[in-house]
Ligand binder design. Structure first.
Ligand code: COA
Length: 257
């Protein structure tokens, strides 16, 4: 199970690679827990100057494991997914993401909490929460309308429209779109190593200052989204959407008022 996340510490960099290719790097509770542990350990380790998160050359992640959503829905603030996202949110050190292929659900949400994001041009980003009978998570309902404007955020968060790496870079969700998965990984690694050559306390201070405005409001929204997400996961609408995915059919919401 633990090899579904590969962790490598080298040259002041903690590289975390999602490694569950047969399920498109779908994230299980065990993977979230491992990621949370690694991030917390990195923050406490003076030898680590920056963190790189990737999913390899072909796929970032298909998001939360949908079988897990059915069998063991996250229970709120003490769940493994919340521990991971909290560790990312609280991390004092810079985080760089390298995204190639699909980045679905939390795979896109988590990018909003990284410091630098590199994408392959043909990456496919998508937040199909409403499509699954769920709701936006971990601050995206606050961050995306502010970043993109209400109209475009509605397309992404309510209709669950997918968008490319090229668009993510144009819209400011990513720093740069590159021509291939390998070029994306190389660029992200180069930039993460660049952080490692800077003065660590100055980097941490700059990150803290840049993220301070609106942080308490963001925390409040994250908690509200988390509570609602947990309720929605147990709703008949989500049950229909999740069983439709398992049965490889379109969901039918026509019976819901
Ligand atoms: N949870 C669990 N399993 C998943 C998964 C997920 N989120 N995403 C993909 N898989 C599994 C598929 O069931 C399939 O398993 P199988 O080979 O045992 O049947 C395998 O991964 C490959 O997926 P497939 O859909 O055939 O790959 P694709 O390249 O055609 O499409 C995605 C890739 C990511 C676009 C597509 O799998 C997808 O949309 N997945 C669901 C994403 C999602 O809704 N995530 C939750 C958001 S909250």
């Amino acid at each position: 199970m633990s090899d579904h996340v590969l962790a490598d510490r080298n040259s002041g960099l903690l590289s975390l690679q999602l490694n569950r290719p047969d399920k498109k790097n779908a994230l299980t509770r065990a993977m979230y827990s491992r990621l949370a542990e690694e991030l917390e350990a990195a923050d406490a380790d003076p030898a680590i100057r920056a963190v790189l998160i990737s999913g390899g050359e072909a796929c970032f992640t298909s998001g939360n494991d949908l079988a897990d959503f059915i069998q063991a829905p996250p229970s709120g603030l003490d769940s493994a997914v919340f521990s991971f996202m909290s560790a990312l949110f609280e991390l004092k050190k810079p985080v760089v993401a390298a995204v190639a292929g699909p980045a679905v659900g939390i795979g896109t949400t988590l990018l909003l909490h990284c410091d630098l994001v590199y994408v392959s041009r043909d990456a496919m980003l998508r937040m199909p929460f409403v499509n699954l009978g769920l709701c936006p998570e971990f601050g995206s309902s606050l961050i995306l309308p502010r970043l993109l404007g209400h109209a475009r955020a509605t397309q992404l968060l309510m209709l669950g429209e997918s968008f490319s790496g090229e668009q993510a870079a144009q819209w400011g969700i990513a720093n740069q779109a590159l021509g291939s998965g390998q070029a994306t990984l190389d660029k992200a690694r180069e930039m993460a190593l660049r952080f490692g050559r800077l003065a660590p306390s100055a980097v941490a201070d700059a990150k803290r200052l840049m993220r301070a405005p609106g942080r308490e409001e963001l925390r409040r929204v994250i908690e509200e989204e988390g509570a609602l997400f947990g309720q929605r996961l147990r709703s008949p609408e989500a049950a229909e959407a999740l069983s439709a995915f398992m049965q490889r059919r379109e969901p039918d919401f026509s019976r819901f008022a």
